[in-house]
Design a protein around this ligand. Structure first.
Ligand SMILES: [Zn+2]
Length: 131
Protein backbone atom coordinates (compact mmCIF):
# COMPACT_ATOMS: atom_id res chain seq x y z
CA UNK A 1 0.00 0.00 0.00
CA UNK A 2 1.48 3.34 -0.93
CA UNK A 3 0.18 6.85 -0.89
CA UNK A 4 1.12 9.71 -3.18
CA UNK A 5 2.85 12.60 -1.44
CA UNK A 6 0.22 15.02 -2.77
CA UNK A 7 -2.64 12.98 -1.27
CA UNK A 8 -0.86 12.80 2.07
CA UNK A 9 -0.33 16.56 2.09
CA UNK A 10 -4.00 17.20 1.27
CA UNK A 11 -5.09 14.99 4.16
CA UNK A 12 -2.65 16.53 6.65
CA UNK A 13 -3.65 20.09 5.69
CA UNK A 14 -7.37 19.25 5.88
CA UNK A 15 -6.92 17.75 9.36
CA UNK A 16 -5.11 20.85 10.62
CA UNK A 17 -7.66 23.25 9.15
CA UNK A 18 -10.59 21.34 10.67
CA UNK A 19 -9.24 21.58 14.23
CA UNK A 20 -10.69 21.34 16.82
CA UNK A 21 -13.16 19.18 14.85
CA UNK A 22 -12.55 16.09 12.76
CA UNK A 23 -12.36 16.21 8.99
CA UNK A 24 -13.20 13.54 6.42
CA UNK A 25 -12.88 12.71 2.76
CA UNK A 26 -12.57 10.05 0.08
CA UNK A 27 -9.45 8.24 -1.15
CA UNK A 28 -9.06 7.68 -4.89
CA UNK A 29 -6.49 5.45 -6.48
CA UNK A 30 -5.59 2.32 -8.33
CA UNK A 31 -4.85 -1.22 -7.19
CA UNK A 32 -2.14 -0.51 -4.66
CA UNK A 33 -1.74 3.25 -4.50
CA UNK A 34 -3.77 6.09 -3.05
CA UNK A 35 -3.34 8.73 -5.73
CA UNK A 36 -5.61 11.48 -4.53
CA UNK A 37 -7.58 12.59 -1.48
CA UNK A 38 -10.88 14.39 -2.05
CA UNK A 39 -12.14 16.56 0.79
CA UNK A 40 -15.78 16.22 1.76
CA UNK A 41 -17.88 18.02 4.31
CA UNK A 42 -18.20 16.53 7.76
CA UNK A 43 -21.90 16.64 8.64
CA UNK A 44 -21.40 15.65 12.28
CA UNK A 45 -22.10 18.36 14.83
CA UNK A 46 -20.06 16.49 17.40
CA UNK A 47 -16.44 17.70 17.00
CA UNK A 48 -15.11 14.29 17.97
CA UNK A 49 -17.08 12.38 15.33
CA UNK A 50 -17.40 12.44 11.58
CA UNK A 51 -20.21 11.84 9.16
CA UNK A 52 -19.16 11.93 5.55
CA UNK A 53 -21.45 14.05 3.35
CA UNK A 54 -23.19 11.54 1.01
CA UNK A 55 -23.17 14.08 -1.81
CA UNK A 56 -19.40 14.45 -1.51
CA UNK A 57 -19.11 10.68 -1.62
CA UNK A 58 -21.18 10.44 -4.82
CA UNK A 59 -19.24 13.31 -6.44
CA UNK A 60 -15.95 11.60 -5.57
CA UNK A 61 -17.15 8.32 -7.12
CA UNK A 62 -18.07 10.17 -10.29
CA UNK A 63 -14.71 12.00 -10.37
CA UNK A 64 -12.87 8.70 -9.88
CA UNK A 65 -14.70 6.99 -12.74
CA UNK A 66 -14.11 9.84 -15.14
CA UNK A 67 -10.37 9.63 -14.49
CA UNK A 68 -9.92 5.89 -14.47
CA UNK A 69 -9.46 5.71 -10.70
CA UNK A 70 -11.39 3.84 -8.03
CA UNK A 71 -12.72 4.86 -4.65
CA UNK A 72 -10.33 2.98 -2.39
CA UNK A 73 -11.78 4.14 0.88
CA UNK A 74 -12.13 7.07 3.22
CA UNK A 75 -10.11 9.22 5.55
CA UNK A 76 -10.92 11.09 8.72
CA UNK A 77 -8.97 12.75 11.48
CA UNK A 78 -8.65 12.22 15.20
CA UNK A 79 -8.07 15.72 16.47
CA UNK A 80 -6.98 14.71 19.96
CA UNK A 81 -6.33 11.00 20.02
CA UNK A 82 -4.18 8.35 18.42
CA UNK A 83 -4.97 7.54 14.79
CA UNK A 84 -6.51 4.16 15.50
CA UNK A 85 -10.14 3.14 14.92
CA UNK A 86 -12.54 4.05 17.71
CA UNK A 87 -15.49 1.93 18.79
CA UNK A 88 -17.72 4.26 16.78
CA UNK A 89 -15.45 3.88 13.73
CA UNK A 90 -15.88 0.12 13.88
CA UNK A 91 -19.64 0.35 14.44
CA UNK A 92 -20.06 2.73 11.51
CA UNK A 93 -17.73 1.12 8.96
CA UNK A 94 -19.89 -0.14 6.12
CA UNK A 95 -17.61 -0.84 3.16
CA UNK A 96 -15.79 -4.18 3.42
CA UNK A 97 -12.51 -4.27 1.53
CA UNK A 98 -12.19 -0.49 1.65
CA UNK A 99 -9.36 1.46 3.24
CA UNK A 100 -9.98 3.59 6.31
CA UNK A 101 -7.18 6.09 6.79
CA UNK A 102 -6.97 7.95 10.09
CA UNK A 103 -4.81 11.03 10.50
CA UNK A 104 -3.75 12.79 13.66
CA UNK A 105 -2.69 16.36 12.92
CA UNK A 106 0.40 17.72 14.61
CA UNK A 107 1.85 21.22 14.61
CA UNK A 108 4.50 20.30 12.07
CA UNK A 109 2.82 17.52 10.08
CA UNK A 110 0.67 14.51 10.72
CA UNK A 111 0.67 10.91 11.83
CA UNK A 112 -1.25 8.56 9.56
CA UNK A 113 -2.39 4.96 9.91
CA UNK A 114 -4.22 3.04 7.21
CA UNK A 115 -6.55 0.13 7.89
CA UNK A 116 -8.50 -2.19 5.66
CA UNK A 117 -11.99 -3.00 6.86
CA UNK A 118 -12.57 -6.75 6.74
CA UNK A 119 -15.26 -8.96 8.19
CA UNK A 120 -13.18 -9.54 11.29
CA UNK A 121 -12.51 -5.84 11.81
CA UNK A 122 -9.78 -3.36 10.91
CA UNK A 123 -6.48 -4.70 9.65
CA UNK A 124 -3.57 -2.25 9.68
CA UNK A 125 -1.93 -1.98 6.25
CA UNK A 126 0.16 1.17 6.48
CA UNK A 127 1.70 3.72 8.79
CA UNK A 128 3.45 7.00 8.02
CA UNK A 129 4.32 10.37 9.43
CA UNK A 130 4.88 13.64 7.64
CA UNK A 131 6.82 16.62 8.89
ZN1 LIG B 1 -12.31 7.85 14.15
Amino acid sequence: MCIARRALETIAAHAREALPAECCGVLLGTANEIVEAVRTRNLSEDPSRYSLDPKGHIDARRAARSRGLEVMGFYHSHAHSEPKPSIADLAEATYPGHLYLIVRPRADGAKVRVFRFEEEGFLEVGFMTTS
